[in-house]
Design a protein around this ligand. Sequence first.
Ligand code: SF4
Length: 431
Amino acid sequence: MRVSFYTLGCKVNQNETGALAQLFCENGYTLAGPEEEADVFVVNSCTVTAGGDKKSRQWLRRAKREYPGAITVLTGCYPQAFPEEAAAVEEADVVMGNANRHAILKNVDIALSTQQRVVDIVPHQKGEQFEELPMERFEGHTRAFIKVQDGCNRQCAYCVIPRARGQVRSRSEASILKELKALADAGYKEVVFSGINLPSYGQDTGTTLIELIEHSAEIEGIERIRLGSLEPDVLSDEHIARMAKVEKLCPQFHLSLQSGCTATLRRMRRVYTAEEYAAVVAKMRAVFHNNCSFTTDVIVGFPGETEEEFAQSLKFVQEIGFLKVHVFPYSQRSGTPAATFPDQIPESVKAERVRAMQAAADAVKDTLAQQMLGSTDTVLLEKPLSSQLFTGYTRLYLPVVVTAPNASAGQIINCQLDSWDGERCRASVVK
Ligand code: SF4
């Protein structure tokens, strides 16, 4: 039997698809590519935007049309957040949410043997535990993504995620360290910690993210630890100082912004002001002696965002100097407070603001990359473009292409950054 996956959304979703694929393979399935024929098609959905829901439905429809005898599965955040709507998606033979992922095999078996639809969306429970889904293979990746946490206890006005993911629950440190040791033994040198709200790691188990980082850094063979998205309000002076002492920690911080305008942040129900955000960045730059970089997410066209507020947000993004910005147009999600806010912004205005914000962010990235030329940094070699040419990322997360004779993917080498083409740096190996 063959199973094919289609994954939408964040790194956590991608990690979970890997774990589900492993589960299927351990039970006699082989993996088929996204365009290949299969007996089971699984879409691991994302519901952050309405566009994500639509893509999931389209993919299921196409799988049913091209392979009418196959079993289709809709799982992930869309069914969890909108169970009634997802249960009515007739192109899906099995509909499941994020909870109780292990049941996927049993549900597929039932659908196969009875030819009946199975809808099994288990609501999140108060006090539920982190669901362990072993994941030891990251085929095609030289960096290993480790899910360490699930859920979010915040209530940002635009966000449907707490509904889809439930309350904060953290994976046990012992389980994470065991996985890290196995990854190190398998030759992985860089690991990325991911979660739905990563900084809340340990809130429910009496530990903290910084403790996890410190203990993970003790594992021999793991040379780089990278972090997923952080929130500015949880980065205390003590935690910043401790992070700076962990040499293996890549000093690239994805610090969630969402808007550079304090009035918009208040309406979004974010818990910091633009000024507080800037102060955290300044503090980190001082502690890391300016040898760090910042990336972020920004939403444009949030309800009530005036031209003036948008201009403030754009100016803030330029002033902080992000190495990379993911720009999203605000997406109205039913059931969230912001969906009913007055002064919704027309799609055409949002599109124009996305374009302007992205252009400003790209110009900043260009300037930063040019400033880095001539410096040296280590690069994890990722995709080989030829026998000697590799793509990769520096510790600061600058994309590079490096000529490295006699090297292989997965190796970390010291490079000098020579030139910038607007997309990547060309780099050369230094001894
Ligand atoms: S912190 Fe806010 S934006 Fe992030 S997942 Fe939680 S509710 Fe959503």
